[in-house]
Design a protein around this ligand. Structure first.
Ligand SMILES: [Cu+2]
Length: 275
């Protein structure tokens, strides 16, 4: 059974296994296919047209399915690996162990944002960035420069308190839990973290940075926490709705997954703690 743990509580051996599996997925080319998929959806998801991965109710089930597929690809390399999550309300500075040279490496140098330490530095030869939106072939970060503060626990709690999953017009203007969590409205949780990390994380090619998976694993856990707090609140919209994925619609790019099938994460994995 897959148990997703807080990255801060991984053992050194667990960190190493996770990094090794990422590097192997990168070497085979499978990693970059995930980056391409994410970027295609970012570019095609719009507020007034079809939207699947972002700015819409299916933001959460789409990323849940995307992470499961990625985690299964890692597990084909090393069955003991699970996606860790990054609680950015607790580990909220560039000096967190998350950014140590032995794990994800630190911020980018000032000249060009290039990450120069750790397993994902381009100089090590194992992490060329090939799916790019700006032609630069190296991992970039600018921790804390796009926006100074990561979201706080109090801000997270204010969003978890919202009872409605989502509301019309089902886009970046919506009220409700999903859009406040995604970050187009209000305190801005998910989007702000992408901007705080900077570099590729602030673009559609965000999965080029391995922290993408840890960030989204935490967003996914927040969804599970919200479900536990609001047992009478359901995924919306339930009925077929133009341009968006309703409860029983199939989600692109898959042809066999609906939001309804993504509502119970325990079929696929659990968390070390949901409290
Ligand atoms: Cu994201």
């Amino acid at each position: 059974m897959t148990v997703r743990k807080n990255q801060a509580s991984l053992t050194a051996a667990e960190r190493r296994s996770f990094v090794d599996a990422l590097l192997e997925l990168k070497r085979t080319g499978q990693y970059d296919a995930f980056v391409t998929t994410h970027n295609l959806f970012i570019m095609s998801d719009t507020d007034s047209g079809d939207r699947v991965g972002h700015r819409s109710p299916s933001f959460l089930p789409w990323h849940r399915r995307f992470l499961i597929q990625f985690e299964q690809a890692l597990q084909a390399i090393d069955p003991a690996v699970a996606l860790p999550y990054w609680d950015w309300t607790a580990d909220r500075t560039a000096s967190s162990s998350l950014w140590a040279p032995g794990f994800l490496g630190g911020t980018g140098r000032s000249r060009d944002g290039q990450v120069t330490e750790g397993p994902f530095a381009v100089s090590g030869g194992r992490w060329p960035v090939t799916v790019t939106v700006d032609g630069r072939g190296f991992l970039r970060r600018a921790l804390g420069s796009g926006v100074p503060q990561l979201p706080t626990r109090a801000e997270v709690d204010s969003v978890l308190a919202m009872p409605a999953y989502d509301t019309a017009p089902w886009n970046s203007a919506s009220d409700g839990f999903r859009n406040h969590l995604e970050g187009w409205r209000g305190v801005n949780l998910h989007n702000r973290v992408h901007v705080w990390v900077g570099g590729q994380m602030a673009t559609g090619a965000s999965p080029n940075d391995p922290v993408f998976w840890l960030h989204h694993a935490f967003i996914d856990r927040l969804w599970a926490q919200w479900q536990a707090r609001h047992p009478r609140s359901a995924y919306l919209p339930a009925a077929a709705t133009r341009n968006v994925v309703s409860l029983n619609d199939v989600m692109r790019p898959w042809n066999d997954v609906t939001p309804a099938e993504m509502l119970d994460h325990t079929e696929f994995y659990t968390f070390d703690t949901l409290a």
